[in-house]
Design a protein around this ligand. Structure first.
Ligand SMILES: [Zn+2]
Length: 92
C-alpha cells in the first residue's frame, strides 16, 4: 500500500475551517479537497462556514475574473485573506 493512503482524512473543525479559508484564496491539493468534502458532509457548522466562504470566493473570482488565480501575487493573497477574516469576524 502507498504511504499516502495512511494519511488521516478525518480532520477537525479547526482544520476544516482553515482549509476553507485557504480554498478561498489558494488551490487545495486533492487530498485537502477530499478531507474537506468528507468533513463538510458530516458537520453542520462547517457546512454553514463553507457557504460563507463560497460567497467570498465568488466575490474574489469576480475581482480576478480576468486573471489566473495562480498568478495573483502572494502579497495580494495575504491582503485578501485579511479582508476575508475581517468579514467573517463581523458576520459570525
Ligand atoms: Zn466541522
Amino acid at each position: 500500500m502507498a504511504q499516502t493512503s495512511t494519511i488521516n482524512l478525518m480532520i477537525s473543525c479547526k482544520q476544516a475551517t482553515e482549509l476553507l479559508d485557504k480554498k478561498a484564496v489558494l488551490k487545495l491539493s486533492g487530498r485537502e479537497n477530499l478531507a474537506l468534502k468528507l468533513h463538510v458532509a458530516i458537520c453542520e457548522a462547517c457546512k454553514r462556514y463553507k457557504k460563507q466562504t463560497q460567497f467570498l470566493e465568488n466575490i474574489l473570482k469576480l475581482n480576478f475574473k480576468n486573471s489566473n488565480p495562480d498568478q495573483v501575487p502572494q502579497h495580494t493573497n495575504e491582503e485578501l485573506k485579511g479582508k476575508i477574516f475581517e468579514y467573517l469576524k463581523k458576520n459570525q
